[in-house]
Design a binder for this molecule. Sequence first.
Ligand SMILES: NC(=O)c1ccc[n+]([C@@H]2O[C@H](COP(=O)([O-])OP(=O)(O)OC[C@H]3O[C@@H](n4cnc5c(N)ncnc54)[C@H](O)[C@@H]3O)[C@@H](O)[C@H]2O)c1
Length: 373
Amino acid sequence: MNGVTGRMGTNQHLVRSILAIREQGGVELADGTRLMPDPILTGRNEAKVKALAEEHGVARWSTDLDAALADDYNEIFFDASGTPYRVPFLERAIAAGKHIYCEKPIATSYADSLKVVELAEAAGVKNGTVQDKLWLPGIVAFKKLKEDGFFGEILSVRGEFGYWVFTGHDEGKSAQRPSWNYRKEDGGGMIIDMHCHWRYVIDNLFGEVTDVFTLAATHLPERIDEDGKPYKCTADDSAYALFKTKTGVVCQFNSSWDVRVRRDDLLTMQVDGTKGSAIVGLRKCWAQSAANTPRPVWNPDVDSPIDYYEDWEVIDPGACENAFKVQWELFLKHVAEDGEFRWTLREGAKGVELAELSLQSSEEGRWVAVTRR
Ligand SMILES: NC(=O)c1ccc[n+]([C@@H]2O[C@H](COP(=O)([O-])OP(=O)(O)OC[C@H]3O[C@@H](n4cnc5c(N)ncnc54)[C@H](O)[C@@H]3O)[C@@H](O)[C@H]2O)c1
């Protein structure tokens, strides 16, 4: 597990996935045996890696990645390091014959992402990339509704993602996210970060993305870094995007680190269909059927007699575990016994492709075709 001293690596992948899997006694395989992951933590900074390993009782850690890769005992290489380092790390691990699992984006350019995909496929190693949103309770509940035909024909989707990310300028409020997120040269930017997610979310839930139109913006030109120093924000911190899909479902996604939240969750997708609508959040999904749909009358001169938040029911997704853990278990089974795993590096490359074409759309001020197979 490489680069796991960071936010995602520590919280989602080490603690809530791999250590949680160990605590539950491993992952049950088809033959009834249990697979127990035995992680080795790797990173550049000895003090940080050692401290993380000790804090969580992980016996194995190292700053010598090559030695860890050379050891046949280690079968899977996982990477959650900063985005710009991903490709070189994956290349080293593929060359060492390891199975590959990694955070998104799998690269910062489509060409690089394809290079990695081809290397992994040519080497015959199993591979996957994190597409965690697909296992969130809100989305699991949405999928149930969709499978039940609740929506009739889905017409459109409006996604709102974002929150106010403190810049570090406000008294007593430290900067909130790693500074590299706001520097293009370090792999940062809203589009490379979030359009990777929107690609698999839209492809899997609504229809394959065929075209994109995006307006990218850097609303805040300066933020404060980890050392308390101001730096220039060179990456987009907001993106206003429209996506056409093969199914005809129109998707709009606003993504921003410069907005304040007055909605049900940090990500909500309003899905409107002929027979019903849903608000799909990270944790919850609210639905309104045609029968429950109120009949408003337009009159701006009086307060609405209708409470628009009534007449929505919360949909039970059933028991849900941490989304990252669910996907980890699937990947471990895929490695151990060829279990189904569709969320490959090749799928991850599609996210990078969409991000790149979104930026192109913004620069050129026009629609860009994504795929028209
Ligand atoms: N799936 C999701 O929802 C999600 C959410 C946030 C971030 N991410 C992705 O996870 C990755 C990490 O993001 P983060 O927010 O945890 O960032 P972070 O800055 O907190 O962590 C990055 C980690 O990489 C390490 N690192 C940097 N350079 C390295 C090098 N040369 N060698 C080894 N380690 C190195 C850092 O020490 C740190 O541990 C990014 O690629 C990001 O896109 C995914």
